[in-house]
Structure formats: structure tokens, C-alpha cells
Ligand binder design. Structure first.
Ligand code: PHE
Length: 376
């Protein structure tokens, strides 16, 4: 071998060690979602959305390859999420990971992806801490700093409420973080927060003692930044106890199951912030709704649209990336700009969070009613 050839080989070696991934006929991505357990509708909807995106992406392919998704069920549990991320990296050698939904789940897997230098993109986790884990973590949704402010303003300005009680799910980083932001913003506007200590845990089913305590304080409005399973029961039990003031919340309410869990009486006169409304008249949204209904027979919720956008942004980054190695891909994801998604125009800021509009929905027995769209 000549010296020149030897140098060339040395130069080639790092690329060769990536060989399995770079030369495989498919680009393999991992996905960590709650397919079963108390927040299963999030996972099922996300995967529905991602499948629509995948079909479109693979029609043309990316850099001459097809994308293949390996989906892991984290059952909505942090430990399962960490295990899933570890498995996707060490066993499947995925190029990047999409997921998860519940912030506590994403936070459990984030340090593992970060230290292995595997890009992890969450389409839905809104807790502030997630992207602070490190540069390999990004998100294509807004954060709770924005969502909390949207709901504080909605309560104060649109509903004209001046006193609020906050009920927190102590097992959820999402709930604790969003509660804190809401309190701060509502107070800054001139509102009063009644008490700090109203709390429950995920999988609780009887909220009547708690609700009695809250209603005795007679707040104008009750903020519950929880997930649909518990929120649904809270609404049902509150109305059956004669508690009539509006309940408000965040994106965790967004599930078709909320309606059923709350019942016709419970669902009335409540409001929450979310990422997407299928009633948005934007033609891109309406095309997506049509496609989704044709494929699955029901209208898409927020998670379906977020899952779709998350994978589309990933595919766009894969196309723009300098190479198919993880470091270049991370840079390409972080430099996402003006990507026209279903949930809005996606630009990642210096902290790799998306700045996007939110919608406020009213829950009624006939379904969600679109109330406002709020831009950052
Ligand atoms: N934002 C929630 C969280 O971070 C997850 C979620 C997103 C739930 C969108 C429903 C819809 O925990």
C-alpha cells in the first residue's frame, strides 16, 4: 500500500465505523410512545399521525433510502421510557429517536440519549427542563412557559376571572411545571391564587374530598394541568357534587376519551390550551384532517398532528443534514427554520424549542369548540 492510500484509508475509517448505519438500505429511527396504560390515547394517536407521515416520506425516500420506525411502548412510565431509549440505542443502533409524550417519560430517557449522543426529538413534551438536558434534545412543540401564560391570560382576560385554585398531579413533571407558570402569570396580571396545596397522583380515581376542599374556597376558576384520565374523573365528580365554576387546563386534556370520562354534565363549560384544532380553517390543516379521517375513521387530535409534524421535521433534517451521522443530524434538526407543519410554522430557537401558536378549546357535550388561536 502506498503512503497516500494509507492516509486515505485512515481518513475513511471513521466513516467505515458508521458503516452499518450509513450504508444500510433503510434509515432506522426509534420511537418511544405510550401505546398502553393511562395515557395510551397519546401513543396511539401519535403513531397514527406518524404512519401518515411515513407513507408520504417513503413515497419519495430520503437520500435514496426509506425510513423505518422501531416503535417501543413505554406504557406511560418513566422507567419503561429509560429502558426503551437504552434498548433502541444499544440493540437497534437507531440513528435518532422520536418521543416521548409525557414530560416525565421524556425526561427519564433524555440523559441516556444525550450521553450516547443520539438525537432525540420530542413532538409533544412541553416541560421546560427537557431541552436543558443537552444539545441532543430538541422539540417541535411549544413549551409550558408559553402554554401557562396563554391559560393565565385566557382566565383573566377572556373569562374575566380574578381568583383561581390550582390542582396539581404530583406524579407529573408536566403538571408541576405548568402549575408553577400559571400561578406566576395569573398573579402578575393581578389575579389571586387561592391555595397552593391541592394535589393528587396519577391513577387516583376518587377526587371528591379534594374537590370539596377546593370548592369551599370558592375560586372563580380551577386550573388542573393534568392528563385526561384523571381530569375526566375530576370533571365528572365535580359537576355531580354541584361544583359549577369552569375548570381549565393544558394540552394534557386533549384526548377523545375526555368526553366519555367526564360525561355530558362534566364536560360542559371547561377550557384548555392545545397545539391544534381540527376545526382550524387553514387549508393544510383541512387536508390533513381529510386524510386522517379517511385512514382512521375519526378526527385527529393534537397528538396525531404533533406526531405527524415531528416525523416530517425529522425527515426534513435528514434531507438537509451534511451526512447521515448523528452529530450532523443533530445540527440539522437544531437549524430547522420556517417548516410549515400542521400544528403551525416550526422554527427551533437557540434552546431547540419551537415557537408556535396555541389554540384554546372549549369542551362541550357536542365536542370541542375552537375559541382562540394565540401566537407567541
Ligand atoms: N405536553 C404534555 C407533557 O409534556 C404531553 C401532551 C402533549 C399531552 C400533547 C397531550 C397532547 O407532558
Amino acid at each position: 500500500m502506498t503512503y497516500k492510500n494509507f492516509l486515505f484509508l485512515i481518513f475513511l475509517l471513521p466513516q467505515l465505523s458508521l458503516g452499518a448505519k450509513a450504508n444500510a438500505k433503510d434509515i432506522i429511527l426509534g420511537a418511544v410512545f405510550p401505546m398502553t396504560g393511562p395515557i395510551a390515547t397519546y401513543g396511539q394517536e401519535s403513531v397514527n399521525g406518524m404512519k401518515l407521515a411515513l407513507k408520504k416520506i417513503n413515497l419519495k425516500g430520503v437520500r435514496g433510502k426509506k425510513i423505518r420506525l422501531i416503535i417501543e411502548d413505554n406504557k406511560g412510565e418513566p422507567v419503561e421510557s429509560a429502558n426503551a431509549v437504552r434498548k433502541l440505542i444499544s440493540v437497534d443502533d437507531v440513528l435518532a429517536i422520536i418521543g416521548s409524550v409525557a414530560s416525565s417519560n421524556t425526561l427519564a430517557g433524555a440523559p441516556i440519549a444525550q450521553s450516547a449522543k443520539v438525537p432525540m426529538l420530542t413532538p409533544a413534551s412541553t416541560n421546560e427542563q427537557i431541552t436543558k438536558t443537552g444539545k441532543y434534545l430538541s422539540r417541535t412543540c411549544f413549551t409550558d412557559a408559553f402554554q401557562g401564560e396563554v391559560m393565565a391570560k385566557f382566565a383573566y382576560n377572556s373569562l374575566n376571572k380574578r381568583t383561581a385554585a390550582v390542582i396539581v398531579d404530583l406524579s407529573s413533571d408536566y403538571s408541576k411545571g405548568l402549575a408553577q407558570i400559571f400561578r406566576k402569570k395569573f398573579k402578575a396580571m393581578g389575579g389571586t391564587i387561592i391555595d397552593k396545596n391541592f394535589a393528587y397522583n396519577q391513577k387516583d380515581t376518587d377526587f371528591r374530598t379534594l374537590l370539596r376542599k377546593v370548592s369551599r374556597k370558592k375560586p372563580d376558576v380551577i386550573f388542573v394541568p393534568g392528563y385526561y384520565q384523571e381530569v375526566g374523573l375530576i370533571l365528572r365528580q365535580a359537576r355531580s357534587m354541584g361544583i359549577e365554576m369552569p375548570f381549565i387546563g393544558g394540552d394534557g386534556w386533549h384526548s377523545d376519551s375526555l368526553q366519555q370520562l367526564a360525561g355530558a354534565k362534566g364536560i360542559k363549560n371547561n377550557f384548555y390550551s392545545s397545539h391544534f384544532s381540527p376545526d382550524d380553517t387553514d387549508p393544510a390543516v383541512q387536508d390533513f384532517v381529510k386524510e386522517y379521517v379517511a385512514a382512521y375513521g375519526s378526527k385527529p387530535g393534537a397528538m396525531a398532528a404533533l406526531g405527524y409534524d415531528g416525523l416530517m421535521v425529522m425527515a426534513d433534517a435528514l434531507k438537509r443534514s451534511k451526512s447521515l451521522n448523528r452529530e450532523d443530524l443533530q445540527k440539522a434538526i437544531a437549524s430547522t427554520k420556517n417548516f410549515k407543519g400542521i400544528t403551525g410554522v416550526i422554527t427551533l430557537d437557540a434552546q431547540r424549542n419551537a415557537r408556535k401558536s396555541a389554540v384554546v378549546l372549549e369542551t362541550t357535550p357536542e365536542g370541542n369548540v375552537f375559541r382562540e388561536k394565540i401566537s407567541p
